[in-house]
Design a protein around this ligand. Structure first.
Ligand SMILES: Cc1cc2nc3c(=O)[nH]c(=O)nc-3n(C[C@H](O)[C@H](O)[C@H](O)COP(=O)(O)OP(=O)(O)OC[C@H]3O[C@@H](n4cnc5c(N)ncnc54)[C@H](O)[C@@H]3O)c2cc1C
Length: 346
């Protein structure tokens, strides 16, 4: 449960919606929940929100959706989603509403847009936050403490081994927040949501880079969530010996995303790997099967909230950082786990 506190100041917080034309993902609902704890929330979109999106916004207490009206040259095409354009649209919204903070989900593209936005507006920036809260009244022992009500971002660093707090000292703040940081919670009372257009002048510099082609790779096999955003990840390594069937079956029983170690991907057994040089994940539950737990792999999953490792070697290094260690053959363990989970679901 997320603790919702009453904000100290009369702040306006803007939240960028990544998928307004379809339905908001859980990561966007998390941002709305975090923003509500900080002040009055307004959503910003670069395209018209769909009816399901408006219903979600209403349930999450968002009264105003600011829809960017872009110049014809960038409207409609892929250019509208280029990070310089997104940054200029957010900067225009920030000035228009005299807002205090902007929150985006921590995708690669959004992190770039957030950095550009901070540069354009002189705002302080924290990327990959896992929480954004207000600071409490400082105790007398903290001479250099920020004034009460400052915005503070929680951030895990050094491959999840340190939890840090970053205070923003500028008047406006920009945050990107990692998916699965909190459990989204609708507002106590739903509100009526209205869409307001606002004009955005896009600078020549923002459109120097043009999007010339786009190829969509179908990843969501059987409707699985994306690896970077999934609340549950099941990953397989070389211990699968090339058979990802048990890994995928357990993932489907849990509604999880499937990932792999880099070696398993290099073997050609799967297409996306978790790790320092692959996808960084921080799900609520990470299950690694037949993965030894090399530092390069750990660097991309160590921030997961609960880690389960399945390995036939009782000395496997992944066990050192696991909450639950299962010693056994994954070909036996995973199907049994999937069966029990399905029975419980039933
Ligand atoms: C520059 C660089 C960057 C890298 N970046 C990454 C990265 O981002 N992500 C990443 O994953 N790797 C990365 N690597 C590779 C990494 O160092 C390891 O080599 C790799 O993670 C090992 O993959 P693995 O655990 O699947 O294989 P292994 O280390 O071979 O481990 C296989 C495990 O499976 C177990 N096993 C075997 N059979 C079974 C069974 N039947 N049931 C259960 N368990 C079984 C074994 O006991 C063993 O622990 C990088 C390497 C370099 C040099």
């Amino acid at each position: 449960m997320t603790e919702q506190t009453t904000p100290r100041t009369n702040r306006t917080v803007l939240v960028l919606l990544d998928t307004p034309a379809t339905e908001l993902r859980s990561s966007a609902l998390e941002l709305l929940t975090i923003a509500r704890g900080l002040g009055r929330v307004e959503a910003v979109t670069l395209e018209a929100p769909s009816v399901p999106t408006l219903a979600q916004l209403s349930a999450y207490g968002v009264e105003i959706v600011l829809q960017a009206e872009l110049p014809a040259a960038v409207r409609g095409g892929d250019d509208a989603h280029l990070s310089p354009v997104v940054a200029e649209a957010l900067a225009a919204a920030l000035r228009l509403r005299d807002a205090d903070a902007v929150i985006l989900s921590a995708t690669f593209a959004n992190k770039e847009a957030a950095a550009r936005l901070a540069h354009l507006t002189g705002a302080g920036l924290v990327i990959d936050a896992t929480s954004v809260t207000e600071s409490a009244e400082p105790g007398p022992e903290l001479a250099d403490a920020p004034p009460a009500g400052s915005l503070v971002a929680g951030k895990r660093v050094f491959a999840g081994s340190w939890d840090t707090s970053c205070v923003v000292r500028t008047e406006t703040a920009v945050f990107t927040v990692r998916p699965n940081s909190i459990v989204p919670e609708p507002a106590p009372v739903a509100v009526a949501t209205e869409v307001e257009g606002f004009a955005v002048e896009v600078s020549e510099l923002a459109t120097v880079a043009r999007s010339v082609s786009r190829e969509v790779h179908e990843r969501a096999v059987g409707g699985r969530p994306s690896l970077a955003e999934a609340a549950v990840v099941v990953a397989g390594g070389r211990g699968t010996d090339g058979d990802f069937g048990p890994v995928e079956d357990l993932a489907d029983a849990l509604g999880a995303a499937v990932g792999a170690s880099r070696d398993a991907v290099y073997e050609g057994w799967f297409d996306e790997f978790v790790g320092q040089t692959g996808v960084t994940v921080a799900p609520r539950l990470y299950i690694g099967a037949g993965i030894s737990g090399a530092p390069h792999h750990r660097g991309g999953m160590q921030a997961s909230q609960v880690i389960v490792a399945v390995n036939s070697d009782p000395e496997c290094p992944l066990f050192e950082i696991s909450d639950f260690a299962v010693v056994g053959d994954l070909a036996d363990v995973l199907p049994q786990a999937a069966q029990v989970i399905r029975e419980h679901k039933g």
